[in-house]
Unconditional design. Structure first.
Length: 340
């Protein structure tokens, strides 16, 4: 048995995560121009992109989806794109068997992005050549495509709705110019992991976007792009965000290894600390199951079965910003301290 010791000075944390259904996704297809297998192949690629956190283009450049993956499909169906958005295009959805698709991914050494993922607050503004800058309304084509691509790629999002929320302090210009005060406000008022401010410009010659992606205590990412097709442009934007959010979160085949670990948590001050910690365990993507052994002298002892190597578990815990690994353990004993 491996022993893993987690030493905390405080448990004043909260895990911000959403559970994503990664066993289904969709491809944008034209049934009149693509065969049944071509549509299935594209939809399976979408599932694998969603599960791996790799953009469609990045995934296709490294891996191939052959007929062996078709055995994992449980069902499929078409969904029409609204006629006012596009004509002739449909979403081809597939639902896959979780165990089969994971076995296929591991056999081909395709990384896996766990389905507990950080949420992004998205604020979209648009400018047309004959209209002033404005918040995107619910009829916006850009909003439709961005929402769909985030869903297809498995990125949890919370969109600002100008019709439902009243923020007189901030204007569309604050989004366009990526106002740091707006970013600070969003993070203070919402339980999210990142903020995405998007400005889309519509012209007679096509479109362009400028976005700022901000995570706490990290430099903001700012990107610009000009494009001719709105669906493709919003897909490119969502793909960049997907790659950033999945970075350092992917698991590889040689990291999967069932382990039973002994967890000791010190400085448990009250029942609320215990509840917060158990909620963290319940949500953690790498914890298969756990059992609390005892709470004594402000120390909680837990037996835990994890899905990965202890070293991988350490990496994920550190990336979540809750604990820092202290390389002072002996053998399989590992020491952590809380981040103040």
């Amino acid at each position: 048995m491996r022993s893993l010791f987690l030493i905390l000075c405080s448990l004043s944390f909260s895990l911000i995560a959403a559970t994503v259904d990664t066993n289904q996704s969709a491809a944008l297809v034209n049934p009149d121009e693509q065969s049944a297998w071509q549509q299935t192949q594209k939809a399976l690629t979408a599932v694998l992109s969603k599960k791996s956190g790799m953009s469609h283009s990045s995934f296709a450049s490294k891996y191939s989806v052959d007929e062996s993956f078709e055995s994992a499909v449980i069902r499929s169906y078409h969904e029409r794109v609204p006629s006012q958005i596009a004509t002739g295009l449909q979403w081809f959805n597939v639902v896959v068997d979780e165990e089969k698709i994971q076995q296929l991914m591991l056999s081909q050494r395709i990384p896996i992005w766990p389905d507990q993922r950080g949420t992004i607050y998205v604020w979209l503004v648009e400018e047309y050549s004959d209209q002033p800058l404005a918040h995107a309304d619910q009829a916006s084509e850009a909003l439709y495509w961005l929402k769909k691509w985030f869903d297809v790629l498995g990125v949890p999002v919370q969109f600002y709705n100008a019709e439902a929320e009243d923020l007189l302090t901030f204007k569309p210009q604050d989004v366009r110019y990526i106002n740091p005060d707006l970013i600070d406000y969003i993070h203070a008022e919402n339980d999210v992991n990142a903020t995405l401010l998007v400005f889309v410009k519509h012209t007679d010659n096509g479109y362009s976007y400028r976005f700022g992606l901000s995570e706490p205590e990290k430099p903001a990412m700012i990107k610009n792009l000009k494009f001719l097709d709105l669906a493709a442009g919003m897909k490119a934007l969502a793909g960049v965000v997907q790659s950033v959010m999945a970075d350092e979160q992917r698991l590889y085949a040689d990291e999967f290894n069932d382990n039973t670990v002994a967890v000791i948590i010190n400085d448990i001050n009250d029942a609320n600390h215990v509840l917060k910690l158990l909620d963290y365990f319940d949500q953690h993507a790498l914890i298969e199951e756990y059992q609390v052994n005892q709470l004594k002298s402000k120390q909680l002892s837990v037996m835990m079965r994890i899905k990965v190597l202890p070293e991988t578990f350490i990496k994920f815990v550190e990336n979540e910003g809750l604990l820092l690994h202290q390389p002072l353990g002996v053998g399989h004993s590992l020491l952590f301290k809380s981040v103040q």
